[in-house]
Design a binder for this molecule. Structure first.
Ligand SMILES: *[C@@H]1O[C@H](CO)[C@@H](O)[C@H](O)[C@H]1NC(C)=O
Ligand SMILES: *[C@@H]1O[C@H](CO)[C@@H](O)[C@H](O)[C@H]1NC(C)=O
Ligand SMILES: *[C@@H]1O[C@H](CO)[C@@H](O)[C@H](O)[C@H]1NC(C)=O
Length: 246
């Protein structure tokens, strides 16, 4: 067992040596450097957070983005990884961070899902700033944004679990739903909120704008006086609604 691990390690090292032989110091600029009036930046062929600065005289300088950023060919500068396509140049520098919540000096990092799907750290120059997404939305690292859980691919933060709500079973995917691709279901305790239930059973939370309440009969946000069963609640409902769909 031990022997085979060594063998694999040896092959890997050998491969590294060969590749650095061929390409010089790991990676080449992806374009010719031409002398222009201004210096400009060129991506590296192998390493996403490396770039080459082409000077006015046509001389190249190798540079690294700050740890956690990668080079964007689109903006010809360093950007967050979720904005950049690193396909084919996946190598990255060694992480520089020693902060327990920052795998790299910069970037957005989700909390472990057992602690929170909504919370994340924004790391800036090695310092961590704790942030929380608004109610009903989760942090998605692949997008670097707070999004509805039904739009996220985070398997550890399913919409039912995050929203503590299970949609009624509408059966077949192409069942006729009242609002085309979804039904609307009243929130069990808050008269301004409701759940959008998609055909495949994923819920999404939504809410009415201030002054309106959800009318379960018609599935729209309505004047409170038109929704008598909710009227009593109207005086105590919370004002912290962030998403208005209707
Ligand atoms: C270079 O800069 C000079 C002076 O600023 C300008 O006249 C010239 O058009 C520029 N050349 C190019 C290729 O941009
Ligand atoms: C990323 O780049 C690769 C190679 O250039 C391309 O095949 C792929 O479609 C790109 N992906 C996205 C999401 O643009
Ligand atoms: C989840 O929903 C149920 C039923 O509406 C409610 O009794 C319970 O308190 C909720 N749990 C949390 C953590 O909000």
């Amino acid at each position: 067992m031990k022997k085979s691990i060594y063998a694999v390690g040896g092959t890997f090292l050998y491969a590294l040596l060969i590749s650095s032989f061929i390409t010089g110091a790991f990676g080449d600029p992806t374009e010719e450097c031409q002398s222009r009036n201004q210096t400009y930046k060129i991506s590296d062929s192998e390493q996403c957070d490396k770039y080459h600065e082409c000077g006015k005289s046509g001389k190249l300088n190798e540079r690294l983005c700050d740890d956690g950023f990668v080079f964007s060919e689109e903006i010809r500068g360093c950007d967050y990884p979720h904005n950049v396509n690193c396909t084919g140049r996946e190598i990255l520098q060694e992480p520089q961070s020693i902060h327990p919540h920052c795998p790299r000096m910069n970037g957005f990092y989700a909390f472990p899902p057992v602690d929170s799907c909504q919370k994340f750290y924004h790391c800036l120059e090695g310092k961590a700033y704790e942030k929380t997404c608004p109610e009903g939305v989760i942090f998605d690292p692949s997008k670097g944004a707070c999004i509805h859980p039904d739009l996220s691919h985070r398997v550890d933060c399913r919409p039912d679990t995050v929203l503590n709500f299970t949609c009624p079973n509408y059966g077949k995917k192409f069942a006729r739903l009242k609002f085309g691709d979804h039904e609307r279901v009243a929130h069990p305790t808050n008269c301004r909120k409701y759940f959008i239930c998609f055909a495949d059973g994923r819920p999404r939370i939504a809410g009415c704008s201030l002054g309106k309440v959800f009318n379960p009969k018609h599935g729209v946000c309505d004047q409170p006086k038109k929704v008598p069963q909710w009227y009593a609640n109207y005086m105590v409902f919370d004002k912290a609604i962030t998403h208005s769909v209707a």
